[in-house]
Design a binder for this molecule. Structure first.
Ligand SMILES: CC(C)(COP(=O)(O)OP(=O)(O)OC[C@H]1O[C@@H](n2cnc3c(N)ncnc32)[C@H](O)[C@@H]1OP(=O)(O)O)[C@@H](O)C(=O)NCCC(=O)NCCS
Length: 193
């Protein structure tokens, strides 16, 4: 049976952040314990630039960061997980989905892995877990991602996870959005493994 036929036609937002397991890592709910590793990642200038995130001024902003994710989850507008590699004592990054349309069952994918963990397959494993959860648990029809054309690691990550490039978004320094050229990618339920 084609995968699309097995999928729900309504969005099923879970009551609690589901724990997701792969051989090499575990995805779990964000907690206060994630704040120090979040601050280290968020103040990595190159990483923040590639992810399009603003840089926090102090670790005290971590409480607001955590609350924002909790509020979005309660409002059923987003889920963000902490990435815990097997044997690690601190979070290696975060990954998540922002619901962009409940009616069309679409979401935007986002991920940040700490520099010390780059190139070890963590991003790929976390992406596969989250996209599978998005389709099979939430009942999404499509997941999109927007990425800077110069972000080679992220382009490769998305393509390995089965995302397909759907359009080019020219940079526009005047708009207040990305000044650099981006690509938009999509992963649709019938295309996911
Ligand atoms: C993008 C990011 C999440 C990738 O995470 P990761 O754990 O390093 O990813 P993986 O180890 O699974 O690698 C994914 C692929 O990218 C490749 N890759 C990693 N770094 C690369 C680089 N600098 N240039 C080209 N390819 C790269 C890997 O080799 C791998 O491909 P392969 O299996 O064919 O060898 C991570 O680099 C990151 O957080 N960057 C900063 C924030 C960011 O860009 N977020 C995404 C915004 S859209």
């Amino acid at each position: 049976m084609p995968q699309s036929k097995k999928m729900s036609q309504t969005l099923n937002f879970p009551a609690t952040v589901p724990d997701l397991f792969a051989e090499s890592l575990h995805l779990c709910e964000l907690t206060e314990a994630d704040i120090p590793a979040w601050f280290a990642r968020a103040t990595d200038v190159e990483s923040a630039d590639l992810a399009g995130d603003s840089i926090p001024e102090s670790i005290e902003m971590g409480a607001a960061w955590l609350q924002r994710h909790r509020d979005r989850f309660q409002q059923q507008t987003a889920i963000r997980w902490s990435i815990l590699p097997k044997g690690a004592t601190e979070s290696a990054g975060t990954v998540g989905l922002i619901i962009t349309s409940k009616e069309h069952r679409t979401a935007e994918f986002g991920i940040v892995v700490g520099r010390a963990y780059w190139g070890k397959g963590i991003g790929t494993a976390a992406t596969q877990l989250v996209t599978r959860c998005g389709f099979e648990v939430l009942g999404l029809a499509e997941i999109r991602a927007e990425v800077l054309q110069r972000n080679a690691a992220s382009l490769r990550l998305l393509e390995k996870a089965g995302f397909q490039r759907i359009r080019e978004i020219p940079g526009d320094p005047e708009s207040g959005g990305d000044a650099d050229d981006c690509f938009e990618y999509a992963l649709r339920v019938s295309l996911s493994g």
